[in-house]
Design a protein around this ligand. Structure first.
Ligand code: NAD
Ligand code: UFG
Length: 338
């Protein structure tokens, strides 16, 4: 049976997606250069699924390596997660971001086309909506970017649309993720940030476990109910299921679709802190500090298109998100090195 190639396969979202794909009866092949992940993640996936996960160590920018992968494996579709994702770092190292994300994806698509593999699910981001004026955010909202990371996703959305328009055999699902959080309920895999976490949930988890003294809440003067930033947090297992549904959709439908994967529900930073500490019965000390440059006040999805097209909606609630994030953190205080 041909496999689904997961680029960035050892990463946070891909490792969870691998489980859902295997459970849905797909074969998977993971490809990663391990620039932001470890092979242990795939060993843990194997432990959860009771079978080994084939993987290749390669860089998506290495055309010869990709050629070899497509020559030696039967691949029916690609779920393309590989990329760099740290907003702050992208402003310091823009060329690395454009090279990895944009050039890497162009190389990948070129190899796919050569091998007649024209089904692609692409990891985009709610960041392509910039500072959206209207909530909830629909897929046809104006797009913009304020940093090289966001710019790379936006460029790729245009590139993929041009590619599909040039050759209607391509079937492409551009998935715009809102804020993925949580972990597999086993506590065996989860988000494993290098150094100081940029994102809220891993930071809260590290404060709760005692690795960091307190959370800095970036601003309490936004136009939100409690003044702190509001986001659409989505459980990573729901997000993973969304990829299975998107692939199943592409098996039936040609064309390109861009679809939000969010819950449609926004929570503020303080609501997240409260939920985490109350549900997990653990203290999360915090202090209010200045706004983080580049942050927006509010961002949550209109999640109806995913339901309409894919028959998918998020099933897990905030309690599941904070419980599963905490289980992963407690069982693996130092990530996969624990
Ligand atoms: P992650 O860093 O855990 O996973 C990305 C994986 O890609 C890593 O394992 C990394 O080693 C690998 N990789 C990076 N560059 C590569 C290259 N050139 N060749 C091969 N492998 C490479 O990140 P994630 O959170 O799982 O994100 C997956 C995708 O989803 C990314 O494209 C990211 O931009 C996008 N996304 C993530 C979020 C989020 O908040 N986590 C939100 C929106 C979109
Ligand atoms: N926050 C804090 N303290 C922290 C970290 C975050 O108060 O230490 C606040 C932020 O100000 C924001 C909220 O928590 O209000 C969420 O911040 P994250 O950094 O977790 O997430 P963002 O919404 O800023 O960005 C994330 C990814 C982007 C992606 C976007 C949309 O980092 O790459 O979600 O998917 F584009």
């Amino acid at each position: 049976m041909p496999a689904i190639l997961l680029t960035g396969g050892a990463g946070y979202i891909a490792s969870h997606t691998a489980i859902c794909l295997l459970e849905a009866g797909f074969e998977v092949l993971a490809l990663d250069n391990f620039s932001n992940s470890q092979p242990q993640a795939l060993e843990r996936v194997a432990q959860i699924c009771g079978r080994s996960i084939p993987f290749v160590q390669a860089d998506i920018r290495d055309e010869a390596a990709l050629e070899h992968v497509f020559n030696t494996h039967q691949i029916s579709a690609v779920v393309h997660f590989a990329g760099l994702k740290a907003v702050g770092e992208s402003t310091e190292k823009p060329l690395e971001y454009y090279d990895n994300n944009v050039a890497g994806t162009v190389t990948l698509c070129r190899v796919m086309a050569r091998h007649g593999v024209k089904q692609l699910v692409f990891s985009s981001s709610a960041t392509v909506y910039g500072d959206a004026q209207k909530m909830p955010i629909c897929e046809d909202a104006p797009r913009s970017a304020t940093n090289p990371y966001g710019q790379s996703k936006l460029m790729l959305e245009y590139i993929l649309a041009d590619l599909q328009a040039s050759d209607p055999q391509w079937r492409i699902a551009v998935l715009r993720y809102f804020n993925p959080v949580g972990a597999h309920p086993s506590g065996l895999i989860g988000e494993n940030p290098n150094g100081i976490p940029n994102n809220l949930m891993p930071f809260i988890s590290q404060v709760a476990v005692g690795k960091r003294a307190k959370l800095s809440v970036f601003g309490d003067d936004y136009a939100t109910p409690d003044g702190t930033g509001v986001r659409d947090y989505i459980h990573v297992m729901d997000l993973a299921d969304g990829h299975v549904k998107a692939l199943q959709y592409l098996q039936q439908q040609a064309g390109l679709v861009a679809v939000n994967l969010g819950t449609g529900q926004g929570y503020s930073v303080l609501q997240m802190v409260k939920a985490f500490s109350e549900i997990n019965q653990v203290a999360v000390p915090y202090q209010i500090v200045a706004r983080r440059p580049g942050d927006i006040g509010t961002c949550y999805a209109d999640a109806r298109l995913a339901l309409q097209l894919f028959g998918w909606k998020a099933e897990r609630d905030l309690a599941d998100m904070v419980r599963d994030a905490w289980r992963w953190q407690q069982q693996n205080p130092d990530g996969y090195c624990s």
